[in-house]
Design a protein around this ligand. Sequence first.
Ligand code: NAD
Length: 484
Amino acid sequence: MTQINDYWKNYIDGEWVDGGAGRIDVFNPGTGEKLAEQAIADAGDIDTAVRAAKRMHLSGALADLRPVERGRMVQGMGRYLLDNIDEIATVLTLEQGKPLWESRIEIEGAARYFEYYGNQAETVEGRSIPLGASYFDFTTYEPYGVTAHVIPWNYPVEMAARSMSAAIATGNACVIKTPELTPLSCMWLAKAAEAVGLPRGTVNILCGYGHEAGAALTGHPDVRQIVFTGSVQTGISIATAAAQNVVPCVLELGGKSAAIVHHDADLDAFENDVRWGIYFNAGQVCSAMSRVIAHESIHDELVSRIETIAKSLSVGPGLDRTEFGNNMGPMVSETQRDRAAQMIVDAQKQGATVVTGGRKMNIPGAFLEPTLITNVTPEMTIANEEVFGPVLSVLKFQSDEDAIEIANGTPYGLAAGIFTSNIDRATTAARKLRAGQVFVNEWFAGGVETPFGGYGLSGYGREKGREALWNYVQTKNIAIKLKG
Ligand code: NAD
């Protein structure tokens, strides 16, 4: 059995510290057994961290650097993660459940954010605005100061890396609230900050309960910018706290993203999209392909192909699944698994058909069978609410207009996909789909370089790409009256 530390501390102002609210148990969802204990921060710890971050910011130790120097440190953090990928990926799999090869992809993804935003650090330039001969006017972009990052459990390291890399590259300090279910692997982000020599107080990483530490952080008067990924309900609480302090936030709140599959789509290629779109990370992906809207002429064939994929997945503990392939791990916790299983039962009561899967597995751990549901109609709960599990709902359409209407028919709007060999149809759909990101003929097309975020209840603001840099800076205009 892999041995890891039995107690993990929080990281504040360059020190590893106990939590004011004690400890919690962290479980291995692949076995159901206790894995380790994690220090739990209280509001006092959050205050200490925010004050350390503010002190560092006001000292100018980060913000006053030439940007290339900040950029090099940010890039170095990514290299540190890659240098330690074996150890980090193992802990991530133990606490989160995903197969080991998926954990490696997550760490590589996290490293890629540090590479990308490290490279961008020296590209944030102001401009000069002509006001005639009597003035010289220019804009600069200044960091907010203390930024707060509230992290979800589905991709803890990658989500923390996504926002902190851009925040640090632009000269901000970070206070990061890690998720209660998966706090351990994020602690390497603190080690990375130390390894590259970031000033003390730049990176603070604390686990704590959402209602206590999370609320204390997002409501702290010295926090000047907030990034949150998670549920709509928590997003609303955080936006409310942000509004009280007149602080901007970026909210990334999940979705019910649909792939429209036309009669002229390449169904062989689409099998791969299904495998990644809904069964990657056991479906616990905010932009998961949780609905397929299939043209009636290919519906039955498509369902039978998806059934084959779902049945081909070998499901079990992530640590035993080291290589990319037809395998899937547990969900993050039994609570999340039971919630998903109940949603499947409720869908059946509303008239949907479970073609394959649908049951909890009769082994220890938080396992749910890869599930495919058909006879789903747009008004059913399963067609509208996020399951956040390996559960795909298939709906049918007749005309292009129907397909768009069904795809746009939920309150969410994170991602959408269109699968067709007709470029006109694809372009028209891309314009009409109400989503922050549209994938044409490949689910998850795009990369770190492409902006990502939602319409509607999926949130606001964009992460990734150059667009996200502007989340972490505020514009200052300087107008100078000249004498002559
Ligand atoms: P959540 O929104 O409750 O938790 C996400 C993070 O917010 C955690 O770090 C949590 O501690 C923190 N938090 C909770 N309450 C807070 C508060 N009042 N103030 C500040 N921070 C707070 O999500 P969850 O309970 O972990 O999962 C529930 C559902 O959320 C899932 O089933 C899924 O639908 C959705 N979810 C979506 C994503 C995504 O990537 N969009 C990620 C995780 C969960």
